[in-house]
Design a protein around this ligand. Structure first.
Ligand code: HEC
Length: 151
């Protein structure tokens, strides 16, 4: 009898744990976009830390980081549906993303253009040109964050 009651409690505990873990598609979208940005942050930080004078010596790193950012650059934006404004996940997305959707899209386009331009010169561009493209990417990240992301 006692074992049965214990087993019953364990069963209830399992169901509760499962429902606590199950998240909504809206929350998943927010969690996903944050993870994508985080994955973009790492290579960008590395690129940003390379002095122009070191670019020639660190060419392989520059190329790999540029490619990684490029591979992620298109991914976050489908995860900003208006329904995600009501997420229960902690988010830094500002409401202006949805009231100024055209501006948010323009910031994405600018960013993707800067990433492609960096990728195009990463392998063979002169170090000062590569440094400028890295700075342009950084400006496009920052330009969007300034308006659409909470500090
Ligand atoms: C078009 C707008 C836009 C561009 C471009 C952009 N971001 Fe963001 N970023 C956001 C928004 C909005 C958030 C907040 C997301 C949230 O919390 O739901 C964010 C969040 C982040 C975060 C925090 C993720 C977390 O764990 O909460 C990092 C890191 C980040 N961005 C890095 C970058 C880097 C690096 C670049 C450029 C290489 C970049 N972002 C380009 C809009 C942008």
């Amino acid at each position: 009898m006692r074992a049965l009651i214990m087993a019953g409690f364990a069963g209830v505990a399992c169901v509760m744990a499962a429902s606590a873990l199950a998240s909504s598609p809206v929350d998943d979208a927010v969690t996903d976009r944050k993870a994508i940005f985080k994955n973009m942050g790492k290579p960008f930080k590395e690129l940003h830390g390379i002095a122009p004078g070191d670019i020639a010596a660190k060419r392989a790193t520059v190329v790999a980081d540029a490619q990684l950012i490029k591979s992620l650059a298109n991914q976050p934006w489908t995860k900003f549906g208006p329904e995600t404004a009501k997420t229960t996940v902690k988010t830094e997305a500002l409401a202006v993303i949805w009231t100024d959707a055209a501006g948010f899209r323009a910031a994405q386009t600018k960013f993707i253009g800067a990433v492609n331009a960096l990728d195009a010169v990463a392998a063979n561009g002169a170090p000062d040109v590569v440094a400028q493209k890295i700075a342009d990417v950084g400006a496009s990240c920052g330009g969007c964050h300034k308006v659409y992301r909470a500090k």
